[in-house]
Design a protein around this ligand. Structure first.
Ligand code: ATP
Ligand code: FE2
Length: 323
């Protein structure tokens, strides 16, 4: 059996086709070049315009027709309402047209299950860091539990807003990483509350610091501070859960400095670090298709009425029947 997965929670549209054995037959992504922040309706418009051509490209890459896939999965949430609705409507249309079962999946869990597929991870503690999400996730007692998360903005959003405010290129992550490599560190507000994180004060302070410091130094300090916060919470969740693997997923996960910091923490604890390939670190349709297959093969089914989008779909709401 195969599954066509449609990812469309934010500015990126992704289509993936995967087999029940975990073979990736197609991975197509398209995104709207960002100059400002994400505009939900414009992003949704973009997805609607590109949907047909992306699905065509994916079926061509996989060498199969839609009818032969056997299952259609889509990102049901969390995410931006207008974007989610385009993905859901497209999935329903395909399901009805070809008589395929449909399954809406949780985007955050898809990152974890996709990550396990790409890295052959068994039971990792996962640090999921992107433009819209920052969570430390682990499986316990039939659910994926959130051990720590941001209380305000996501770490990727912090980097993006910083770049915009400091007149750098957007998205912020890559340019901040590049400039940080030539900078020196100075302290900025480090905010960890219990197991949770806050990045908005750090963002304000970093923007303020651009008035009196070299941009390279601010980028270095912003990165070191934000990533140390992430690694601290991950480390404490590792001690709590006693997992033997730690995995990094999400668009911010391509950052070499973050990978290095997490690697040295993992090394100290004698746990294995799992890093998916760069092209599937961020949002992609493959992880959606794969989670759809896991759920379907575990006997989980959805009626059309149950496929409404869920903008605030929480990671721990899903009963995990496939593990
Ligand atoms: P989600 O829907 O999961 O929140 P997203 O829409 O933010 O995902 P992703 O591709 O997962 O999409 O992540 C994009 C984020 O990754 C942006 O905030 C971007 O700045 C950040 N990013 C990209 N490259 C790097 C990098 N080299 N270092 C740090 N952050 C990066
Ligand atoms: Fe994501």
């Amino acid at each position: 059996m195969y599954c066509l997965g449609i990812e469309g929670t934010a500015e990126k549209l992704g289509i993936g086709i995967v087999s029940s054995e975990g073979a990736v037959l197609a991975n197509v992504t398209e995104y709207q070049p960002l100059t400002r922040g994400i505009h939900p309706r414009e992003a949704a418009q973009h997805h609607a315009e590109k949907m047909r051509s992306c699905i065509k490209a994916a079926t061509k890459e996989a060498g199969m027709g839609l009818r032969e896939t056997g299952l259609v999965a889509f990102s049901q949430g969390p995410g931006l309402g207008p974007c989610l609705r385009v993905a859901a409507v497209s999935a329903r249309t395909i399901a009805l047209r070809y008589g395929l079962p449909i399954i809406g999946v949780n985007h955050c869990i898809a990152h974890v299950e996709g990550g396990r597929l790409f890295t052959k991870g068994e039971d990792p503690l996962t640090l999921y860091v992107s433009g819209g999400n920052t969570q430390v996730i682990a499986y316990a007692d039939g659910r994926y539990r959130v051990f720590g998360e941001t209380l305000d903005i996501a770490v990727g959003n912090c980097l993006d807003q910083f770049a915009r405010g400091a007149d750098l290129k957007v998205p912020g992550g890559p340019i901040v990483e590049q400039l940080a490599a030539q900078g020196d560190y100075f302290p900025l507000p480090y905010v960890v509350k219990g197991m949770d994180l806050s990045f908005s004060g750090l963002l304000t302070a970093a923007l303020e610091a651009t008035k009196g410091h070299r941009i390279e130094d601010v980028c270095r300090s912003l990165q070191e501070t934000a990533f140390s916060m992430l690694v601290e919470v991950t480390e404490r969740a590792l001690a709590q859960t006693r997992k033997k693997e730690v995995m990094l997923v999400g668009g911010v996960g391509v950052n070499r400095r973050l990978q290095e910091m997490l690697a040295s923490m993992a090394d100290e604890h004698g746990v294995r670090l799992l890093l998916p390939p760069r092209e599937v670190m961020g949002d992609n349709g493959v992880m959606i298709a794969w989670l759809g297959l896991l759920m379907h093969n575990a006997g989980m089914r959805q009626r059309l009425e149950e496929t409404a989008v869920r903008q605030r779909y929480r990671t721990d709401e899903v009963e995990v029947l496939w593990r």
